[in-house]
Design a protein around this ligand. Structure first.
Ligand code: HEC
Length: 409
């Protein structure tokens, strides 16, 4: 070893000794190593520091309204687990299933993520007796992970489960930072399947009859579901949905009990004999309270409307109108009536009625039919009306505005 190298190694030992010894017992506001002093000393703000530059004095700028950050989920239901009205999303949004390429891949992913993130506490079968809970119990620490098989958690809306994973609850930590949005939903879907299959992972994710429903959530794991808009999530095919004795295949109204004479329909939708522009409905279209979600009991009348439109091609266009009673905020009522009319339109279009034949509008509480001071009156006011749009009006509406104005002059 040359003298120079010996000197270098000796001095480096000295540097280390001095550095270690020198730090003992001294306090300093400086970071321990500052390779580039300029970088350390340049003007800058520390987190949470006051700034005179902005009017509100905050250095850390809040998000600018209307902008979307790169990682932000743009589908509000998927991102927040909440519907527009602030209530929990009831089931895993279809966008989530589509993005993962089907329910089965979603469940497989959920199974894997659950075993990584949830099983340590909640156990692989979801009974809450995972390793962490066992260890906590052996140490006498109160830390009992919930039994996810408990009926209370089975009935929890999917959005709430999503938010529990995101934000944690009481002694359970939040997993927002560790688990991406899509994976959190995958876990939710898997927890659901695990609940139905009573903790049997293999049953939870197998799709024996290839109907895109995991065996654990499939009432008939050997018979594929017939996806016809009627009880499509129970996993069992229904040959005669409306139980009117006419098989769905031969039934013009498979969701409405009818008679053989009317090809399985009840004939509750017809042109009003007193007013050829009014379509009479034998029953009200009903929605969940204050929401634009159709009640199951509305299926029959909707199916009758669909069958009416199929049987009457001469009715080239109809207008669907939503109306509310006058309770509550006028703007909210207006928006609700519009959404409800649109939901009816969508229902029909999804079942094969041409969108060209339908228009929808909402009128809030502006056109009452009954007395808003009585219960019956208000009930009569909450309604959806169907009107025939005569071809002449259609042509007028389509005419350029200039032509109409010229006619008026
Ligand atoms: C570190 C342990 C731990 C992990 C990991 C964990 N949990 Fe929990 N979880 C708990 C504890 C503890 C509770 C009970 C909290 C309480 O009631 O104080 C709980 C409660 C729950 C509840 C009931 C919420 C309620 O409203 O009472 C659900 C649902 C749940 N966890 C789901 C999950 C899911 C899904 C995962 C995986 C992403 C997960 N947990 C991961 C410890 C954990």
């Amino acid at each position: 070893m040359t003298f120079a190298r010996r000197l270098t190694s000796a001095s480096s030992v000295l540097v280390v000794v001095v550095a270690v010894a020198g730090c003992r017992g001294q306090t300093s506001a400086e970071p321990p190593i500052v390779p580039f002093r300029g970088m350390h000393e340049m003007p800058r703000y520390d987190a949470q520091e006051h700034s005179g530059y902005f009017e509100d004095g905050r250095t850390m700028r809040p998000e600018i309204e209307g902008t979307v950050s790169r990682e932000m989920e743009i589908d509000p239901q998927v991102g927040t687990g909440l519907d527009a009205d602030g209530s929990y999303v009831l089931s895993v949004p279809t966008a989530v299933v589509e993005r993962s390429g089907g329910l089965e891949t979603l469940l497989r992913r959920g199974h894997q993520r659950y075993d990584i993130y949830c099983a340590p506490c909640h156990s692989e079968v979801g009974d809450g007796n995972g390793m962490v809970s066992q260890r906590a119990a052996s140490l006498g620490v109160t830390f009992a992970a919930a039994n996810l098989m408990d009926p209370a958690f089975q009935h929890m809306p999917d959005g709430r489960l999503f938010l529990t994973i995101s934000n944690g609850v009481r002694t359970m930590p939040a997993y927002r930072a560790q688990i991406p949005v899509q994976d959190r939903w995958a876990i939710v879907a898997y927890v659901r399947a695990l609940q139905v299959s009573r903790g049997d992972a293999a049953v939870a994710i197998a799709d024996t009859d290839n109907d895109q429903l995991p065996a654990g959530a499939d009432g008939c794991p050997e018979q594929p579901e017939d996806r016809d808009g009627f009880q499509d999530l129970d996993g069992c095919p229904e040959a005669d949905n409306d139980a009117d004795g006419i098989d769905d295949a031969a039934d013009a109204c498979p969701l409405s009990a009818g008679t053989a004479g009317l090809s399985g329909c009840a004939g509750t939708v017809a042109i009003d004999p007193a007013d050829p522009l009014n379509i009479r409905l034998g029953a009200n279209i009903r929605f969940e309270n204050g929401r634009d979600v159709l009640k199951d009991e509305s299926l029959a009348i909707l199916d009758e409307i669909r069958a009416f439109l199929v049987a009457h091609p001469e009715v080239t266009r109809i207008a669907i109108e939503g109306h509310t009673d006058d309770r509550g905020d006028a703007a909210v009522n207006q928006a609700l009536s519009e959404r409800r009319a649109r939901v009816v339109m969508q229902w029909l279009v999804q079942r094969g009625v041409s969108g060209e034949r339908i228009q929808s509008a909402g009128f809030g509480s502006a056109r009452p039919r009954g007395d808003n001071t009585t219960r019956e009156g208000r009930q009569a006011n909450r309604r959806v009306e169907l009107h025939v749009v005569p071809p002449a009006v259609e042509a007028d509406a389509a005419a350029p505005a200039g032509a109409a104005a010229a006619g008026g002059v």
